[in-house]
Design a binder for this molecule. Structure first.
Ligand code: PXP
Length: 396
């Protein structure tokens, strides 16, 4: 067995970490029956890994680990590249031991070199995770790390397509076309896992007729976004969508501006959640990705939280964007730990979906404007298909 370890980025204080890392790696090699094989491991920075990610995988963002497989025939297995910066930051965010987390990333890369893949197939994501957990159990039975790994889901995230802006075009001329009902059906044919409509207080795009007919014709699930008003709760109970997402609403706003304000409103939301749940409707709350907000949300009894990705999507600098991405990661992890089903949405498009879609705790994305805009150029089916492919690819 030969390990070429190229350390491009490490402070002297981390030398001890590397010695124990190499020792445990040798154990992993022997458990996996890889004696006689050779690999190269490069430990580097965020900038460098981003460069590799962009050059070889067309993903323009830093990631924690990349694996480039050579094939199983020869002695050489391939290369594993790890960003030390990202490994440190993630270990801090997830409150894990850095040494053990680094090993977990390495094992993840190593399994990729052996042909496991969490992007393709139904069984291989599960098998890959199972092997990762088995190996960590044998090499360093760190309870926090095992709990973290067991909580990861490599199931591809779902895409719920919001068709509001098809109705916006219709309302621009107060005519009867284009019909959001047609768009909903085409979105499903393109692979949408659900259809979202926002019945706004001023009915500026979607109206009651649209919601009713979409509910009748689609084969997936209908998600109704709305403000918490008695009139809309009554309507939801009558139409019975699969899920209601409660959102804040100001009539003058161009689009939903922020997450729900829960301070002092827990009781009011709790009543709405209970009433909708009793009618068999799941409830999601649209929230800013903040710890305090999530804690309050837990008290409302809602089943789902949708994390507001607007600040991430609108960030004006790369640094700010990374900060917002970290905020979303932390919130997603915490929300899942609190027992919520985690969704995310707002402002997501074909350029910025990658990094958020790689957060494993997020089960579904709600995307509207960018898909409808792209559909004008390439058609609804194709626009949905392209977005789904990006979401699936990001689960690397
Ligand atoms: N999620 C919620 C709660 C929203 O209010 C909206 C906008 O209607 C979206 C997601 C979709 O945002 P966008 O149209 O920017 O994709």
């Amino acid at each position: 067995m030969k390990i070429n370890l190229q350390v491009l980025e490490i402070e002297p204080s981390s030398k001890k970490t590397l010695t124990s890392f190499k020792k445990r790696l040798k154990q992993a090699f022997s458990i996996l029956g890889l004696s006689g094989k050779t690999i190269t491991i490069v430990i580097t920075s965020d900038n460098k890994i981003r460069e590799y990610n962009r050059r070889f995988l067309q993903r323009d963002y830093p990631t924690n680990v990349l694996a480039f497989r050579e094939g199983d025939k020869g002695k050489y297995l391939g290369d594993v590249i790890i960003s030390l910066e990202r490994a440190k930051e993630e270990a801090r965010v997830y409150e894990l031991s850095f040494e053990n987390y680094l090993l977990a990333l390495m094992i993840h890369g190593l399994l990729h070199l052996m042909g496991y893949d969490h992007e393709r197939g139904i069984y291989s994501p599960w098998l890959m995770l199972k092997n990762e957990i088995d190996l960590i159990e044998r090499l360093c039975p760190d309870e926090a790390l095992l709990k973290f790994l067991k909580g990861r889901e490599y199931m591809p995230a779902k895409l719920a397509v919001n068709v509001d802006h098809v109705a916006t075009v219709r309302e621009a001329r107060k005519t009867y076309y284009p019909d959001p009902v047609h768009a909903a059906v085409l979105a499903e044919l393109g692979g949408a896992d659900g259809i979202v409509v926002h019945l706004r207080l001023d009915r500026r795009h979607i109206n009651e007729r649209d919601v009713r007919i979409i509910k009748e014709v689609i084969k997936t699930k209908l998600i109704l976004e709305m403000a918490n008003t008695p009139e809309l709760i009554k309507f939801a109970k009558e139409v019975k969508p699969y899920q209601v997402t409660l959102v804040p609403e100001r009539v003058e706003e161009i689009t939903t501006e922020g997450g729900l304000e829960l301070e002092g409103r827990v009781e009011e939301i709790k009543v709405a959640v209970r009433e909708l749940n009793r009618a068999g409707i799941k409830v999601s709350l649209f929230l800013n990705p903040e710890e305090k907000v999530l804690e309050l949300a837990k008290k409302t009894g809602a089943q789902v939280v949708e994390l507001h990705t607007g600040a991430y999507a609108e960030a004006k600098s790369e640094e700010r964007r990374m900060e917002e991405l970290n905020r979303l990661e932390r919130a997603a992890y915490m929300a899942k730990d609190l027992g919520f089903i985690v969704h995310a949405g707002h402002g997501l498009n074909y350029e910025n979906i990658g990094p958020v879609a790689s957060i494993p705790q997020i089960e579904e994305f709600s995307i509207g404007h960018s898909i409808v805009a792209r559909a004008i150029m390439v058609g609804m089916k194709e626009a949905v298909k392209e977005m789904k492919e990006l979401i699936h690819r990001a689960r690397a």
